[in-house]
Write a protein that binds this ligand. Structure first.
Ligand SMILES: N[C@@H](CCC(=O)N[C@@H](CS)C(=O)NCC(=O)O)C(=O)O
Length: 286
């Protein structure tokens, strides 16, 4: 175990803007807008404001799945919100998500626009609205909601806990890395065990639960989040790996992963999506 940091918390916490780390310039202890700026609105019924992080990709995969099913009313404009630039603190964004986090959605299909924030709530909203990828009743619905809520409450330990202390924190703290590695490996084992019993998380059918979990725990096999694939020995979870690759080959998953993405290979980036044609723009690797 490493030595104590020598830090004693003050009686009342103070906002130290120079605390370091990749997110220190965007994190703030205050809610609300920092500047006045309206959000752009495109032509489609669904307006999405997001970035291609796992929480954003949940929504773009579901929208692409709906379009692949032939649900034209799920046509959407995906506008880029660059949270490293503070876009989540514009007055327009805060109006649709007072929590200032991507993703946020505006459904403009009815007489009055409906705002939806929180990725899990967005998946449920779209699943219900289009009556797809969400069992309607009984034990199947309960199972689907259970795994979807499991994802939204578990992933913060992955990103905000493990990822933060293993990868982003300016100092490596053994205690914190051990604590979150333990929890994350436990979560991977929960999924691996479940996927040893069923094709998809809820049984034989692909649902919003899979769409919710894949961008974190499935995409790990493709993206090596936090450069931790080896450290966490992810490849040992064989059933999870089987599911991760099966879903990763779905067209809608491939497409959804590209939307609002601004890093990695240029062929994998569709920073804004306003029509299917945006996927066809030829791009060269540099
Ligand atoms: N519980 C939220 C979490 C959303 C979230 O943490 N979004 C991150 C990106 S993955 C974000 O917007 N971060 C910007 C910030 O914290 O200022 C959800 O599932 O929608």
């Amino acid at each position: 175990m490493s030595e104590s940091s020598g830090y004693t918390p003050p009686k009342i916490w103070n906002w130290d803007t120079a605390s370091g780390g990749r997110f220190s310039n965007i994190n703030r202890p205050i809610a609300g807008a920092t500047h006045d700026l309206a959000l752009p609105i495109g032509n489609h019924p669904i307006q999405l404001y997001s970035l291609g992080t796992p929480n954003g990709v949940k929504v773009t995969i579901l929208l692409e799945e709906l379009l692949a099913l032939g649900v034209r009313a799920a046509e959407y404009d995906a506008h880029l919100i660059d949270f490293f630039e503070g876009d989540q603190f514009s007055s327009g964004f805060v109006e649709i998500n007072p929590n200032s986090k991507i993703p946020a959605l505006l459904d403009c299909s009815g007489p009055n626009p409906v705002r939806v924030f929180e990725s899990g709530a967005i998946l449920l909203y779209l699943g219900e609205k289009f009556n797809a990828f969400l069992p309607r009743e009984g034990s199947e619905r309960a199972e689907c909601l259970s795994w979807t809520f499991w994802q939204t409450s578990s992933a913060p330990f992955f990103g905000g806990g493990f990822g933060h202390f293993y990868h982003y924190a300016p100092h490596k703290i053994e205690y914190a890395i051990n604590r979150y590695s333990m929890e994350i490996k436990r979560q991977f084992d929960v999924l691996n065990t479940r996927l040893s019993q069923a094709k998809y998380l809820c049984g034989p059918n692909y649902t919003i639960a899979d769409v919710s979990v894949w961008p974190w725990y499935g995409a790990m096999f493709f993206e090596n989040f936090y450069s931790a694939r080896e450290f966490l020995d992810i490849d040992a979870y064989a059933h999870l790996k089987r599911w991760a690759f099966e879903l990763g080959e779905r067209d809608a998953v491939r497409r959804g992963r590209k939307v609002n993405r601004t890093w990695g290979s240029p062929n994998e980036q569709v920073p804004e999506r306003h029509s299917e044609a945006d996927f066809k723009v030829p791009k060269q690797d540099c």
